[in-house]
Design a protein around this ligand. Structure first.
Ligand SMILES: CC(C)(COP(=O)(O)OP(=O)(O)OC[C@H]1O[C@@H](n2cnc3c(N)ncnc32)[C@H](O)[C@@H]1OP(=O)(O)O)[C@@H](O)C(=O)NCCC(=O)NCCS
Length: 195
C-alpha cells in the first residue's frame, strides 16, 4: 500500500495554515456540524486528546484526513491507554480514488508503532465497517458497547446506528481481553463527545 503521499503532524503543534485547511475540509464534509474557518480556526480535536493528524494533499489542497486521538480510561479497575480514529474524511470531489484508504492505513500504522497504546476503539456507520477493515484490520466487536461516559445524556453505540471497531495492541490488552470483551467501555469524555 502506497502511503508516502500521506503527511502527519501532532495536531496541537500544527501550524495555523494546516489547522485551517483541516477545518476547511471538515466543513466541506460536515457543513452543519463543523463551522467554516474564519479569523478563528475551529478546533478539530480538543487539546487534551493529544491528536495526531494524517492528511493528503492533491494539487495543493488538503483533501483527505484522519485524526488519531488518545486518552487514558479506567475499565473495571484497570487503566488503559487508548487511541481512536476521529474526523476521517475525504473531500466529496475526490472520493472513491483510494485516498481515504491510504490516509487511514497511515494512521493505523502509526498507532501500531506506538508502544504506549493498549488498544484502539471507535465507532463508524455499519456501511463503513469494510472500509475500516480493509484500511487497518479494524474489527467489528458486536459484544462491546461503547459509551461517551456514564453521565446522563452521554452517547452510546447502542442508541445510534453505529458499530464498534476495536483492535488490541499491547500485551496488557491482549492478556486482559476477557475484561474488554462482552462489556461496556466508557470513553470518559464530556457529554456530547464520542468516537
Ligand atoms: C468514508 C470516506 C472517508 C471514504 O473516503 P474515500 O477517499 O472515498 O475512500 P476510498 O476511495 O479510499 O475507498 C476505499 C474503499 O472503501 C469503500 N468506500 C468508500 N466510501 C464508502 C462509503 N461511504 N460506504 C461504503 N464503502 C465505501 C470504497 O468503495 C473502497 O472500496 P473498494 O476498494 O472495494 O472499491 C468518505 O466517503 C467520507 O469522507 N465520507 C463522509 C464522512 C464519513 O462518513 N467519515 C467516516 C466517519 S466514521
Amino acid at each position: 500500500m502506497k502511503t508516502d503521499i500521506v503527511q502527519s503532524i501532532n495536531y496541537n503543534q500544527a501550524p495555523d495554515s494546516v489547522r485551517r485547511e483541516i477545518a476547511g475540509l471538515l466543513h466541506r464534509v460536515w457543513p452543519n456540524a463543523c463551522p467554516m474557518p474564519n479569523e478563528k480556526i475551529p478546533e478539530a480535536h480538543g487539546k487534551e486528546l493529544n491528536a495526531h493528524s494524517f492528511y493528503t494533499y492533491i494539487d495543493g489542497k488538503l483533501i483527505s484526513y484522519a485524526g488519531v486521538v488518545q486518552k487514558t480510561i479506567n475499565h473495571v479497575g484497570q487503566t488503559f491507554s487508548i487511541a481512536g480514529l476521529s474526523c476521517v474524511a475525504t473531500d466529496p470531489d475526490y472520493r472513491y480514488q483510494g485516498l481515504g484508504l491510504r490516509t487511514v492505513v497511515a494512521a493505523t500504522q502509526w498507532i501500531e508503532k506506538q508502544s504506549d497504546i493498549d488498544f484502539g476503539i471507535f465507532t463508524c456507520s455499519p456501511s463503513l465497517a469494510n472500509f475500516y477493515h480493509n484500511s487497518g484490520a479494524w474489527t467489528v466487536v458486536e459484544d462491546v458497547v461503547l459509551i461517551g461516559s456514564r453521565d446522563e445524556g452521554a452517547l452510546s453505540s447502542r442508541s445510534i446506528d453505529v458499530v464498534v471497531l476495536m483492535r488490541l495492541f499491547s500485551e496488557k490488552a491482549k492478556v486482559q481481553e476477557s475484561l474488554l470483551r462482552h462489556s461496556t467501555i466508557s470513553l470518559d469524555l464530556p457529554v456530547g463527545q464520542f468516537l
